[in-house]
Design a protein around this ligand. Structure first.
Ligand code: ZN
Length: 106
């Protein structure tokens, strides 16, 4: 497989080199191979979905994210990751229902 690829590359350089010069032929073949390998790896990864994350139903915990800028509240039903969402260009604050939400008090 590897050897076949190098034979094809060498043949392409020789054939193209007869018409365009060997330096330009080698450069063109190298660029072609680079783009081909990049595109191949890209399209091969298109169908690979990331694995299903470990989720946990925490709707009974009464957790919610609060935006400290505008007061928007998002109830957390299922936790898949512990990274806070952003709102108003600020990270939202995780609070428990019943506690005092950290809203702006100006
Ligand atoms: Zn907001």
């Amino acid at each position: 497989m590897r050897l076949t690829g190098w034979v094809i590359v060498a043949a392409a350089v020789v054939v193209l080199g007869l018409f365009f010069g060997f330096f330009r032929a080698a450069l063109g073949v190298a660029m072609f191979a680079g783009i081909l390998i990049f595109g191949w790896s890209y399209w091969r990864n298109v169908g690979n979905y990331p694995p299903e994350p470990d989720v946990a139903d925490i709707s009974d915990y009464g957790l919610k994210y609060v935006c400290t800028m505008c007061g928007l509240e998002l109830k957390v039903e299922v936790a898949a990751r512990d990274k806070a969402p952003r709102h108003c260009a600020e990270e939202m604050v995780l609070v428990r229902t019943g506690g005092t939400p950290p809203l702006h008090s100006v």
